[in-house]
Design a protein around this ligand. Structure first.
Ligand code: ADP
Length: 397
C-alpha cells in the first residue's frame, strides 16, 4: 500500500508518499504561499530534478488538487492513478485529552479536532482544512489523524496539572499537553531498536531541537513528562519562542510599559529565543557563525540555549531515577555537534564520555558516546512522516 502523508500549515502544505512495503519515501513535496500571491509547489523524487509548479492557489483544496496532479503527472509524477493511494495520514497538532492514539477520521473526529481549535488556534484550523479538502477530492480513501499531543497523554497528573486553581483545568482544560509527540515516539522506538533493547526496559530522554524545541522523559516506552506545555511556547528556549519565563513579566510589560496583549504574544512567539537574545537570526547556523566571529550576544544565545537543554536533561534523569540513553534529533539535534557537546557538558557524572570524532559527523543514526559508557548518547534523524504512515497503515488494515 502507498500512504500519502499531509501536513498542513496556515499557508503551506508538506507531503510525502510512502510505500509501506519498503517504508521508503517515494516523493517529498512542499506547497508554499497558499492563498497568497506567488503560490508554488516543489516536488522531489530521488535521482530526478525538482518538479516546480508556479500557479495561483486560492486555498488548501486547490493545493491538494495540485499535489494529486503532480503525483500522477505522466512525466514528473510517480504513480499512474490516484487509486494507488491506499490511505491518507494527516498530521494534527492538537487532540486535547480525547486522543492518546491515532484514529480513523470520522465526522465525530473532525468535530473533536474543531473543539480543540481553542487550544491550538494557529494549527488546528489548517489541519482541518487539509482533511476536508482531501475528503472532497478522495471521498473513498480512508483518512487517519495522527496527533502531536497523543504520545504525551500518558503523563501522570503531577506532570501535567498546572499549579493554578484546579477549576481552571476543569473549566478551561488548562494543563500541560506537550507536543512533538510523533517525533519523540519515533526516535525513542528507534533508539531501543538500534540498541537491541526492549523499550519497556529503558529510561530514555529524547531531545527534539529544531525551530521548535522540546525534551521528553520516556520511561518504559511511555512519555512521563515533556517540556512544552499548554502551548508550544513553554519549556526550552527556541528559535523565536521564549520558552518558560516568569509569568509576571507579561503583566509587567502590559501594566508598566503599555504593551498590548497582541504585542506580548508576538514578542513571546516570534521575537524571543535565539533570535531575541542574539539579535542575529533564529537560524542556529547563522548564530553559530556569528558567535565564531566573536559576536558576544550570539555566543550568549548559544550559552543560554545549551544551559536550558542541560538543565532539562538533568531534571528528567532525576524524575526517572536515572537514564539509559539520551537522544538528539531534529535540525539542531541531528546536525549541531556543538549543541550535543555543550548540552551534555557537566553531565558526564551520569556515566558517559563523548566520542568527538563520531560527534563531528552529522545527520546519521549513530551512538556518539564512547564504548563502555553506562549512559548511551545517540543522534537519530527524526521521521515523523514515517511514524504517521505506520499508524495510518495499521489503522486502515
Ligand atoms: P522545524 O522545527 O521547523 O522542523 P528543523 O528541525 O528543520 O525545524 O530545524 C531547523 C533548525 O536546525 C534551524 O535553526 C537550523 O539552523 C538548524 N540546523 C540545520 N542544520 C544545522 C547545522 N548543520 N548546524 C546547526 N544547526 C543546524
Amino acid at each position: 500500500m502507498k500512504t500519502l502523508i499531509i501536513n498542513c500549515g496556515s499557508s503551506s502544505l508538506k507531503y510525502q508518499l510512502i510505500d509501506m512495503a519498503t517504508e521508503k519515501s517515494m516523493v517529498q513535496g512542499l506547497v508554499e504561499r497558499i492563498g497568497i500571491e506567488g503560490s508554488i509547489l516543489t516536488q522531489k523524487i530521488e535521482d530526478r530534478d525538482k518538479y516546480i509548479i508556479n500557479t495561483p492557489m486560492k486555498d488548501h483544496k486547490d493545493a491538494i488538487k495540485l499535489v494529486l496532479e503532480a503525483l500522477v503527472d505522466k512525466e514528473n509524477g510517480i504513480i499512474k492513478s490516484m487509486d494507488e493511494i491506499g490511505a491518507v495520514g494527516h498530521r494534527v497538532v492538537h487532540g486535547g485529552e480525547k486522543y492518546s492514539e491515532s484514529v480513523i477520521i470520522t465526522d465525530e473526529v473532525i468535530q473533536s479536532i474543531k473543539d480543540c481549535i481553542i487550544l491550538a488556534p494557529l494549527h488546528n484550523p489548517p489541519n482541518i482544512t487539509g482533511i476536508e479538502a482531501c475528503q472532497e477530492l478522495m471521498p473513498n480513501t480512508p483518512m487517519v489523524a495522527v496527533f502531536d499531543t497523543a504520545f504525551h497523554q500518558t503523563m501522570p497528573k503531577e506532570a501535567y496539572i498546572c499549579p493554578l486553581p484546579y477549576e481552571l483545568y476543569e473549566k478551561y482544560g488548562i494543563r500541560k499537553y506537550g507536543f512533538h509527540g510523533t517525533s519523540h515516539k519515533y526516535v525513542a522506538n528507534k533508539v531501543a531498536k538500534v540498541m537491541g533493547k526492549n523499550i519497556e526496559d529503558l529510561k530514555i530522554i529524547t531531545c527534539h531541537l529544531g525551530n521548535g524545541c522540546s525534551i521528553a522523559a520516556i520511561k518504559g516506552g511511555r512519555s512521563i513528562d515533556t517540556s512544552m506545555g499548554f502551548t508550544p511556547v513553554a519549556g526550552l528556549m527556541m528559535g523565536t519562542r521564549s520558552g518558560s519565563i516568569d509569568p509576571s513579566v507579561i503583566t509587567f510589560l502590559i501594566e508598566e510599559h503599555g504593551y498590548t496583549i497582541e504585542e506580548v504574544d508576538d514578542l513571546l512567539n516570534k521575537k524571543s529565543g535565539v533570535l531575541g537574545i542574539s539579535g542575529v537570526s533564529s537560524d542556529f547556523r547563522d548564530v553559530i557563525a556569528e558567535a565564531d566571529k566573536g559576536n558576544i550576544r550570539a555566543q550568549l544565545a548559544l550559552d543560554i540555549f545549551h544551559y536550558k537543554v542541560r538543565a532539562q536533561i538533568a531534571a528528567y534523569a532525576g524524575i526517572m531515577g536515572g537514564v539509559d540513553t539520551i537522544v538528539f534529533t531534529a535540525g539542531i539535534g541531528e546536525n549541531s555537534s556543538l549543541t550535543r557537546r555543550e548540552s551534555l557538558r557537566g553531565l558526564e557524572f551520569f556515566g558517559f564520555t563523548i566520542n568527538e570524532e563520531k560527534n563531528s559527523i552529522r545527520g546519521k543514526i549513530q551512538e556518539i558516546s564512547n564504548e563502555g559508557s553506562k549512559v548511551k548518547i545517540y543522534q537519530i534523524p527524526t521521521n515523523e512522516e514515517l511514524m504517521i504512515a505506520r499508524d495510518t497503515a495499521k489503522l486502515v488494515k
